[in-house]
Design a binder for this molecule. Sequence first.
Ligand code: PMP
Length: 440
Amino acid sequence: NNEYYLNRQSNFESNARSYPRKFPIAIKSAKGAWLEDVEGKKYLDCLAGAGTLALGHNHPNVINAIKRVLDSQLPLHTLDLTTPLKDQFSQTVLDLLPGSPSSWRLQFCGPTGADANEAAFKLAKTVTGRSAIISFSGGYHGMTNGTLSATGNLSAKTPIGGLMPYVQFMPYPYSYRCPLGIGGDKASEALATLFERFLDDIESGITKPAAVILEAIQGEGGVIPAPVEWLRKIREVTKRLGIILILDEVQAGIGRSGQFFAFEESSIVPDMIVMSKAIGGGLPMALVAYNAELDIWSPGAHAGTFRGNQLAMATGIATLDVITNQGVLNNVNIAGNALKQGLLALQKRFPCIGDVRGRGLMLGIEIVDSKGQADKLGSLPYAPELSVALQKACFDHGLIAERGGRHGAVLRFLPPLTLSLDEVEQILVRLESALKVLTA
Ligand code: PMP
């Protein structure tokens, strides 16, 4: 029903192999949490650049920051050559890291999350002289060869042979479908013990890893927050054994969880923090913050042409300023709780919502086959087709949300962090209408 979209040359449609296949619209304008297509239909955007647009579309401070750079004769691109803007951005980021800013170093990357994770792996390998990486089931770290090998999503990696052979996977505490057959805190305790025992075996010959990489809340893996105790245990064991702990905060970081970094919930301090997406305020930016004691890298050890984009530094500063000085974290908690409560209320009425989870404005609902046979933990079979149909029905009702998780059965909400309570209500109304269509 979108004429512009339908009238596009068919070869264009088939050449651009990306989101248009899922969300058949052409966008004319955007403001805050809203998109408007070329035919005037409005959509509430719970994808928001895959979590990149912390302040929503076209926030005035972000737009003004870009205008100021354009009016200032600053170079648009300098590689990594320093400008006062770069110094200001670096200082802003350093001030947001745990502990003293002088205990950290920053490596500008890529500017993608994947490239920053690659840099983190390379530095960990250089520092330790070891090559293995431990990652977790369901983890997502990027689509490059190295990061894909550390990504738990089999569908993306199965067709690609010859990935890094030295990634070992451990189970992530996915309490709704715990692989150990026990739920909740007990599962997290058991998985932490398993992790510890696995590493104890280093003495008996397993390859001692250079690093452990994980997300404090898995995003693409299906919006799964790691229990605090599990994270603390992982920190304790990695520290004791001299293994570098990398927290991939590309999606869950920069305020999305209701704290600046998602790992803050557990008060651990990682050795490396990987940032991208929202750190650039909507423009491409990625960096790794690492403990200054690991700073053995020679200049150029991780090069890349598009490091340190000046416009992204300006929009990054503007975004971080609004997040820290205008009560955005508070809003994430208020709007996030309201949205979660609303999703829980819908779960009571629609049995296809098997689980509601996440923190802050990083929420997801796992779609299940409510008439199927429950497993021994009581969780119902995944319902990937229903989840696809729900995403499409949401889209038809003016709500854009991404899917993720095992079998793509989780509908994920990553709205702007500035979402209002009225917009929360509108998300819920649209989702409810979509659910009604499917279950009628
Ligand atoms: N890590 C996490 C946790 C992510 O969610 C993503 C992107 N979804 C990446 C890394 C990769 O980032 P990019 O797509 O910018 O390479």
